[in-house]
Write a protein that binds this ligand. Structure first.
Ligand SMILES: Nc1ncnc2c1ncn2[C@@H]1O[C@H](COP(=O)(O)OP(=O)(O)OP(=O)(O)O)[C@@H](O)[C@H]1O
Ligand SMILES: [Mg+2]
Length: 590
């Protein structure tokens, strides 16, 4: 047996690289994390040949001083931790001082950097693990790291790389994960000279929509839960948006994308009852906890973590999600409420999964809330009385007719003089709420409804500051929103036209606008867009069973509302099928 001997440095680094730099995407991840650790606010990625031929990351971070350039490429050289204590509460993405050394061992590497104080940059190159002396180079403050021909010196590994397209797809996925985690940083990605992503600094919701699509944002509920020193926030899609793979599952622990068994299990369980077992949920969630409660030094690619209190974390994630996912289901509840004793007889029942004519539900416009919570103080119309009678055969027939039934929780079927009217109830109601909000704003008379119990929610420092600064604008929009603590806001009153159960969501929508565009734009050129968003939250949701009286009230409101023929997105809200049309369908009289 040969005598024991030390391995040469290059070989040690190549072995380490096998673990850390599996493919171009893993190199990209390490480079992006280094740029974020350096405080960059703008990061540009250029790839060629799926990242195998060239992988270049340029940032505007704090840079590396000339004397430290060679150190940055040495194994176990890091500026990020200095002691075991630090290792136990890692706050940066990197901490091993291994990534660049590994890359230098398996690719041709060039590192160019300039600190803020320098007049120009310096460049070092490493080929086959050997470093040259730094040479002057032109560079704006920040760093560019360039890797060429990954695994050029280890053909066995290079063979394991997949096609250019596959390697690029992995790089793009890595890019998206990191971009999702830092909406406060601008990112761009080019492949073979073609621009693929261009993401400005933007609010988290906008970043998520940019990456996962508007559709995801619309199908998702916001998650904001803060308890003791744990917090979970982000967006989780309702089951309607489920996917056939896990492609839209993003879970971050202290900003780091991870695949974690504890979290996955908790999330699966929360979706269990509402998702078909072959479908996958979609979410972007950020778990934050004190760094000492989570070990990130478990996996060479840092893609796994270990929680000190995994049981507690499981509970926290499961309960937060379960509640958030259940909340919308309550507002689209399909269970009929308790009927008052003296109820008029059921007059129509055509057996279509119908709302029967209870006529007993409170009919708040903007509220359409089942139950007796605020019957008295509701803005009432003649049709909003709890026992308003159904139309008799002597009543003149109004243009949109009288409701017959509700179909599949979506459409109202009504009969008018011409024949059958089909109404998309959410779209129609949304238009009504929108027009009413606009009229109220124009008249500077938004009716405000104080909440019996203020709704408080977690907010970041900017939300709190915006709330303090924009009290006048909030008041004009009908909100009484106040800070309760540096991280909590409370809605004390909101426009009566909107649903109280949506208090947090609508308050956040308003804050988001004020934060991003400022009060003057939010109240002028962007006003109608904002009101449309609010109207959407204020409108009755699909699957809410309406009573016949509620349906008739909605039809009457439509008749009185301008532009009620289209919803706020321009789609029709109702449709007429005349007796003639029906006769033709059935070939009657032929
Ligand atoms: N883009 C950058 N801007 C400024 N400094 C950088 C940049 N990239 C690397 N460095 C410096 O080089 C050092 C080595 O980077 P490297 O990625 O090898 O290790 P690390 O980030 O400390 O730990 P890890 O191996 O866990 O990533 C870093 O500690 C940092 O000081
Ligand atoms: Mg690093």
């Amino acid at each position: 047996m040969p005598a024991i001997h030390l391995l040469p440095d290059l070989l040690i680094n190549q072995i380490a690289a096998g673990e850390v730099i599996e493919r171009p995407a893993s190199a990209l991840k390490e480079l992006l994390e280094n740029s974020l650790d350096a405080g960059a606010t703008d990061i540009a990625v250029q790839l060629e040949g799926g990242g195998i031929k060239l992988l270049r990351v340029r940032d505007n971070g704090k840079g590396i001083a000339k004397e430290e350039l060679p150190l940055a490429l040495l194994r176990h050289a890091t500026s990020k931790i200095a002691s075991l204590d630090d290792l136990q509460r890692v706050a940066s993405m990197g901490f091993r001082g291994e990534a660049l050394a590994s890359m230098a061992a398996v690719a041709q590497l060039a590192l160019t950097s300039r600190t803020a104080g320098d007049t120009h940059g310096w460049k070092v190159e490493a080929i086959d693990g050997r470093l040259n002396e730094p040479t002057p180079a032109s560079h704006a403050p920040g760093t560019t790291l360039e890797l060429r021909e990954l695994y050029f010196n280890i053909p066995a590994r290079r063979k394991f790389l997949k096609s250019e397209a596959t390697e690029f797809a992995h790089c793009e996925e890595t890019f998206k994960r990191i971009a999702l985690s830092r909406p406060d940083v601008a990112f761009s990605l080019q492949h073979n000279g073609r621009s693929v992503w261009q993401l400005p600094v933007q609010p988290l919701a906008a970043r998520i929509a940019a990456i996962l699509g508007e559709e995801f944002g619309q199908a998702a509920v916001p998650i904001f839960h803060h308890a003791a020193n744990l917090s979970l926030q982000g967006l989780a899609a309702l089951p309607a948006y489920s996917r056939s793979s896990r492609e839209a599952q993003y879970f971050f622990v202290n900003g780091r994308f991870v695949r974690d068994k504890v979290a996955s299990h908790a999330l699966r369980q929360a979706y269990q009852d509402i998702l078909h077992h072959q479908r996958h949920s979609a979410f972007v969630l950020f778990l934050e906890l004190p760094p000492e409660q989570v070990d990130v030094n478990v996996h060479p690619a840092k893609s796994e973590v270990r929680f000190r209190e995994s049981q507690g974390i499981h509970q926290f994630i499961f309960h937060t999600l379960q509640q958030a996912l259940a909340a919308p289901a309550q507002s689209v509840s399909t269970t009929e409420p308790q009927r008052p004793a003296q109820q008029p007889p059921i007059q129509q029942n055509i057996g279509l999964g119908i709302a029967q004519s209870g006529a007993a539900y409170q009919l708040g416009y903007g509220e359409l809330e089942v139950g007796s919570r605020k019957w008295e103080n509701h803005p009432s119309t003649s049709l909003c009385t709890p026992y308003s009678p159904l139309p008799t055969s002597h009543s003149p027939i109004p243009p949109l007719g009288f409701a017959l039934a509700q179909l599949s929780g979506i459409y109202i079927l009504a009969q008018n003089a011409q024949g059958l009217v089909v109404v998309d109830m959410h779209a129609a109601h949304e238009r009504i709420v929108y027009e009413k909000l606009k009229a109220a704003m124009d008249a500077r008379q938004v009716t405000t409804q104080p909440l019996l119990i203020p709704v408080s929610f977690y907010a970041d420092a900017l939300d709190v500051a915006t709330t303090e600064a924009e009290q006048t604008a909030l008041g004009a929009l009908g909100f009484d929103l106040v800070p309760l603590s540096p991280n909590t806001l409370a809605v004390r009153a909101m426009p009566a036209l909107l649903k109280q159960s949506e208090a947090e969501v609508v308050a956040r929508a308003v804050l988001g606008e004020l934060r991003e565009f400022g009060a003057s734009r939010a109240l002028t050129e962007r006003r109608d867009k904002l009101l449309a968003t609010l109207a959407c939250h204020g409108a009755v949701r699909a699957n809410r069973i309406l009573s016949i009286t509620e349906m008739n009230a909605l039809l009457r409101e439509m008749e009185q509302t301008e532009r009620s023929g289209q919803c706020n997105h321009g789609r029709p809200t109702w449709f007429q099928l005349s007796m003639n049309d029906l006769d033709k369908m059935f070939m009657r009289g032929k």
